[in-house]
Design a binder for this molecule. Structure first.
Ligand code: NAD
Ligand code: ADP
Length: 261
């Protein structure tokens, strides 16, 4: 018996990076996994890596499109009869932004639309089913950028701060139904989203700098995030709800202040 035997999980952003690693880990521990992503190419690649016994649906889903979210959830309910786990992981960064004095409203609407409103829409449509069954676990992928920000961090940071707050709200709304809601806050992880950062560092002999702000002195791997997400999604975390767990090599443990080592 493994942790997710008999469970059905939906993973958004499953076509790449952290979402892909999470889908693989869930399946390796017995879950049937529904892969959802905007990118069809990414979905097909993830599907090709899944063990054949892990049933899955491939779907080109935009999490910020409520009609599409609604359709996916009813299709999954019909096909599997249950949804035990939701991993709200789809996200975009859009790179770095100019100072707030030069921010574009359209950038804010796009990033908040996917990262924050997308997560809310998935919860809105999946949670009633979990409430009915009086069981369920939701894990949102926030970011250390939602805990603290930095120059050029808007609006990504704001969206992730919103995801942490949504995690608390949803945990309060759903706790009475035995549905848990938590978040992970990744530090720097090598994925599609951070490819440009890694490519630049490698091309300029600055790779050592990529982990320099972490107390573990290295960046993270998608599998290390998947492990934390799967912990929060599992019964091992049965008394944990409303929390945002940094998985960041110690990044947020440090003030990074001059004179402090
Ligand atoms: P990634 O780009 O490799 O994966 C993100 C996936 O989400 C992609 O497959 C993309 O197609 C999908 N996606 C984007 N918008 C979507 C939408 N509207 N609907 C459905 N799917 C959509 O990046 P990743 O690093 O694996 O990102 C996963 C999550 O981790 C994101 O929420 C991201 O913000 C968060 N995160 C990443 C890092 C990091 O350093 N990589 C750090 C903190 C937080
Ligand atoms: P990043 O800087 O994080 O790579 P991108 O804007 O390049 O952000 O988007 C990453 C991925 O997210 C793209 O490959 C694309 O498939 C998907 N994506 C971008 N914008 C949207 C959107 N509005 N809705 C759905 N998916 C999107």
């Amino acid at each position: 018996m493994t942790r997710f035997t008999g469970r059905v999980a939906i993973v958004t952003g499953a076509g790449s990076g952290i979402g892909r690693a999470t889908a693989l880990r869930l399946a390796s521990e017995g879950a049937r996994v529904v892969l959802a992503d905007w990118s069809e190419e990414g979905l097909l690649e993830t599907a090709s890596l899944l063990p054949s016994e892990a049933v899955h649906v491939e779907r080109k889903l935009d999490v910020s499109d409520e009609d599409a979210v609604k359709a996916l959830v009813s299709e999954v309910k019909e096909q599997f009869g249950q949804i035990d786990i939701l991993v709200n992981n789809a996200g975009i960064s859009g790179g770095s932004y100019p100072p707030v004095t030069e921010n574009e409203k359209a950038d804010w609407e796009k990033i908040l639309g996917v990262n924050l409103i997308g997560a809310m829409l998935m919860i809105k449509h999946v949670a009633p089913h979990m409430q009915e069954r009086q069981q369920g676990a939701i894990v949102n992928t926030a970011s250390v950028a939602g805990i603290r920000s930095g120059a050029g961090g808007n609006p990504y940071s704001a969206s992730k701060a919103g995801v942490i707050n949504l995690t608390q709200t949803a945990a309060c709304d759903l706790g009475g139904y035995n549905v848990r809601v938590n978040a992970v806050c990744p530090g720097l992880v090598e994925t599609g989203m951070t490819k440009a950062v890694f490519d630049y560092a490698r091309a300029n002999e600055k790779e050592h700098k990529l982990g320099s702000r972490c107390e573990l002195r290295r960046y993270g791997r998608p599998e290390e995030l998947a492990a934390a997400i799967c912990f929060l999604a599992s019964d091992d975390a049965s008394y944990i709800t409303g929390q945002a767990l940094p998985v960041d090599g110690g990044n947020t443990a440090s003030l990074n202040m001059p004179g402090m080592k």
